[in-house]
Design a protein around this ligand. Structure first.
Ligand code: B12
Ligand code: SF4
Length: 492
């Protein structure tokens, strides 16, 4: 066991906290939807490690890890470990924290789950940071240096100009083979979908455009893997890059001269604005992810997602493709508007629309901070035995209005198989490859086919039931929790 000493540089006078030579690891944790062990290296990874690294003292020794890329060595010589996790990774992250704390390493939790469940997290981590990290992390290091580490640092919601440049230089590409570099231009979202963890919590705020461009053009490091296909390609991490049209137009104008290729997430209303899409294409956008969620009007209404106009879906997909942008959609099953009849027909509806690029199929999840959670809890519809691990977007955690949980689970598996089927991927390639000759459009289409095929990877565990309370957590985590005396977080 090693004492959690904070190393200082040898030279006097007393160093400013900004110069502490503390040894830090920053880990974005991960557990797979199948609940089987195994990594899933991919383009999409959390950007939190390089974000927090940019807020750490100069001179600190910093290592970044994304567990999605592979296991993290827990015997590292670190003083402080920051852990970022989504709700479903909480049980696993508690285990990692316990193993690190046993060796005297200080652990710091942060993110949306830690912000909502601060008291619970305090039982498992030395420090909990709530809200955004820009003010909290420097304060934490100043206190660490002074030997007065607090238990909670409340970051709140800061001005977007406070976002510091990400430490792209610390990304280890030998571990993160496929991931693309990412940047934030905005935070929050102006919409209020009933299932979204942002709703009512995160106002839409935009960074000054020169700072975004400076990060991209002077600090970003490119992934040279895959024979140059990913060279000079990046993603925006924004939940909704289109939250303010004027800002997006100006951002595109500023990006255009740099001749880069990028992808982003934004909402349906932007996809209808052909002129704006044209400007995005000219600025290098080749990929847009949108939460379409459903092709059933009653389900869209139940989700409070009125910005999605279903009658326009087909025009939008093919209009964007002609401009050289692939639109990929996410679909959710198990919402209150869903019926067995609609879910049965869904694969056929997708086929009729020539709409093959669904890259995410999920089961709608009542995250505890959402209005959806309030409703299903008030109405006694949460399934008994639900724990945080079940909040992964692949597990039925409540009883929808018109469906039994087992029906949701069955439809979900059938739809994943249909969407991820190689015949569907083949149709996607045939349909889209010729729609534009803009540079990199073809490689976007080719790579996205693999993303579509990956939808069925969530089904790789034949024992999985996809219903809260019925699927055990990962064997390794369960064994560690039993040894360490850690209880799962019960949500119902
Ligand atoms: C990359 C990504 C993924 C990756 C990697 C996830 C990972 N390992 O963390 C993959 C592909 C695995 C994934 C999967 C899913 N994701 Co996802 N994903 C994202 C995405 C696009 C970017 C995350 C990111 O890097 N953001 C940039 C960082 C800087 O911001 P941030 O994560 O919001 O963190 C802020 C604070 O919370 C805080 N913070 C976060 N961690 C920490 C840690 C410390 C120590 C501190 C101090 C601060 C801190 O600092 C940040 C700045 O304020 C976000 C959208 C978004 N813009 O955030 C969705 C998002 C996180 N995903 C979401 C969802 C719903 C899912 C899925 C269910 C499917 C889906 N709809 O896409 C699955 C399953 C997740 C699960 N099992 O629970 C939701 C929220 C989920 C949740 N549990 O809260 C988001 C917010 C999208 C949305 N609006 O619906 N996702
Ligand atoms: S549009 Fe997307 S990010 Fe915005 S509230 Fe709805 S689900 Fe959340």
């Amino acid at each position: 066991m090693r004492a959690p000493a904070v190393r200082r540089r040898a030279a006097a006078p007393l160093p400013h906290p900004a110069e502490l030579t503390v040894r830090i690891a920053i880990i974005a944790t991960y557990t797979h939807p199948t609940r089987l062990p195994g990594a899933e290296p991919s383009i999409m990874q959390s950007g939190v490690p390089e974000l927090i690294a940019g807020l750490c003292p100069d001179g600190a020794h910093i290592e970044l890890y994304n567990e999605k890329d592979g296991p993290v060595p827990l015997d590292g010589d670190w003083d402080v470990v920051f852990l970022s996790y989504l709700h479903a990774y909480y049980e696993h992250t508690k285990v990692l924290s316990a193993l690190l704390r046993r060796r005297g390493v200080k652990t710091v939790a942060g993110g949306r789950h830690a912000t909502h469940f601060t008291e619970d997290a305090l039982q498992h981590f030395d420090v909990v940071v709530t809200g955004e990290p820009e003010r909290a992390i420097p304060a934490l290091f100043a206190d660490l240096e002074a030997g007065q580490l607090q238990r909670v640092y409340a970051g709140g919601e800061g001005p977007p100009s406070a976002i510091r440049p990400y430490r792209y230089d610390l990304i280890d590409r030998s571990r993160s083979r496929f991931r693309l570099p990412g940047v934030e231009a905005s935070r929050g979202c102006p919409f209020t979908c009933n299932f979204c963890v942002l709703t009512g919590h995160e106002r839409y705020r935009m960074r000054p455009i020169p700072e975004v461009i400076a990060d991209i053009t002077t600090r970003m490091t490119w992934n040279k893997a895959l024979f140059g296909v990913m060279d000079r390609v990046f993603i925006f991490y924004d939940n909704n890059l289109g939250g303010n049209k004027t800002y997006l137009r100006e951002l595109c104008a500023a990006l255009r001269p740099h001749k880069l290729i990028w992808g982003c997430s934004l909402t349906f209303n932007i996809l209808k604005d052909t002129e704006l899409l044209r400007q995005m294409a000219a600025a290098g956008c080749r990929y847009i992810y949108t939460g379409l969620e459903s092709l059933n009007p009653a389900s869209i209404e139940a989700m409070n997602k009125g910005q999605n106009k279903l009658s326009e879906v087909q025009d939008i997909i093919h209009g964007a493709a002609r401009l050289g942008i692939l639109v990929s959609f996410g679909l959710l099953v198990g919402t209150d508007g869903d019926t067995s009849d609609y879910l049965e027909k869904l694969p056929a509806l997708l086929l009729n629309l020539r709409f093959f690029s669904v890259t995410f199929v999920g089961i709608v999840c009542p995250y505890p901070e959402t209005s959806m959670f309030e409703t299903v809890q008030r109405e006694g519809r949460l399934l008994p035995g639900t724990i945080s691990r079940d909040y992964d977007g692949y597990t039925v955690c409540h009883r929808p209005t018109h469906l039994h949980p087992t029906e949701v689970a069955e439809h979900y598996q059938r739809i994943c198989k249909a969407v991820g089927d190689w015949r569907n991927v083949g149709r996607h390639w045939l349909d889209k490859l010729t729609e534009s000759d803009l540079p990199r459009y073809a490689s976007t289409i080719a790579v996205s086919g693999l993303e579509i095929a990956s939808v069925k990877r969530a089904l790789a565990n034949p024992k999985r039931r996809y219903i809260a309370g019925l699927d055990p957590i990962e064997a390794w985590d369960a064994a560690q929790m039993s040894t360490l005396g850690i209880e799962p977080q019960r949500l119902s």
